[in-house]
Design a protein around this ligand. Structure first.
Ligand code: AQP
Length: 344
């Protein structure tokens, strides 16, 4: 990991929105790597960012169910709630409180330049979107900086938001003449930092895509995984003999990257193994691999979801531990900006 500001102890924070079921994109781009970071022995704080989820309409009952399901996904994928802190964002009030300060530090122009804002409002009336959706990156900066996190593992799509987090930290430090917030490093690693839709190689795989066939859900059973990969859009050519040959073949490249990430090998090694072979050979191999890696996760998720009270207990315990780190940092931030604190 690159060195963040050295006075800060290495600490990892990251989150996922419970705005739908977790996808293979969330798993390979984020969750699988969260587990690796936990297992490297660094302090890890992971959050289901439910306040982010409501930047677009969520049915309240579904949101609660999706949050528990996402928590089950984290646990099933290998997050150990004793070694990592796992909680849902709304149980730690400091996220929203620090976000307000950052709303006053960040500039409107910074938010307006975010490609995610542009993508999510493309073809729509942006004026009718929620203010929360516009200010989303400011809350994300608060999520991270509330814990003085030094490193944030994310997928490629979050890189720009991480840059904005650094800008907010730097402007806060500069405006108030302090060295209080770290300049956090994004950690974007692995073969599948941007998993694409199985129906359209130019679109990111996303939990909110209206087409279920565009994504593998972590809850999908072997049959669904198999069907979706077999029907995944490809071209008629066999896989190329070199990586370069994937350059103008986004769908083929996507499947090679998924295979590489699941098998923990490089895309080069996948090409060495399958170069010259057609999708009639490659897709069944991908299905076998995906089923072998993902089925244990979906089975464990089902087991965990049968006991929602236990999931809530884990999230509550995580929230208390997160709050114990966040509260003193938030108090200092309020002191720095000049808020009076005289309540007994
Ligand atoms: N397709 C992807 N490939 C690699 N990484 C991905 N991530 C998301 N999609 C992919 C990574 O997952 C983490 C959590 O993302 P998020 O849930 O906070 O929001 P998102 O990036 O907007 O994900 P979705 O699935 O597209 O959600 P919706 O549809 O609700 O907007 C991040 O680290 C992200 O990079």
């Amino acid at each position: 990991m690159a060195e963040a500001t050295s006075k800060f102890t290495p600490r990892i924070f990251s989150g996922i929105q419970p705005s739908g079921g977790l996808t293979l994109g969330n798993y390979l781009g984020a969750l699988k790597r969260f587990v690796e970071k936990q297992n490297e022995g660094i302090e890890t704080i992971y959050c289901l960012v439910d306040l982010h989820a409501i930047t677009v309409w969520q049915d309240p009952e579904k949101l609660r169910a999706q949050t528990r399901e996402a928590a089950a996904g984290f646990l099933a994928a290998g997050i150990d709630p004793k070694r990592s802190i796992l909680f849902n964002q709304s149980q730690v009030p400091g996220h929203a409180q620090l976000a307000w300060i950052f709303n006053c530090v960040a500039r409107m122009g910074w938010m307006g330049r975010m490609t995610q804002w542009k993508d999510k409002t493309a073809g729509k009336n942006a004026e009718a979107e929620s203010l929360g959706l516009f200010a989303y990156p400011s809350l994300m900066a608060a999520d991270i900086l509330l814990y003085h996190a030094t490193h944030v593992p994310v997928g490629e799509d979050q890189k720009q938001h991480l840059e904005l987090t650094r800008d907010i930290a730097a402007k806060f430090n500069h405006d108030y003449g302090v060295d209080f917030f770290p300049i956090t490093e994004p950690v974007i690693e692995g073969a599948a930092t941007r998993v694409m839709s199985l129906r359209d190689g130019s679109k990111k795989m996303s939990k909110s895509d209206p087409s279920d066939a565009s994504r593998i859900n972590l809850t999908d059973e072997a049959d669904a995984i198999s069907q979706k990969f077999r029907k995944a859009k490809t071209d008629p050519e066999p896989l190329p003999e070199t990586l370069d040959g994937l350059k103008d073949r986004p769908e083929a490249k996507n499947l090679v990257n998924i295979y590489a990430a699941l098998a923990e090998m490089t895309p080069e090694a996948v090409i060495t193994e399958f170069g010259g072979k057609g999708f009639g050979t490659f897709k069944p191999a991908l299905v076998d691999l995906a089923v072998a890696k993902l089925s244990p996760i979906s089975t464990e998720m089902k087991r965990l979801m049968a006991d929602p009270a236990e999931i809530d207990r884990i999230l509550g315990d995580g929230a208390e531990r997160a709050d114990a780190i966040a509260s003193p940092i938030l108090r200092q931030a309020y002191d720095i900006v000049g808020m009076i604190r005289s309540r007994p």
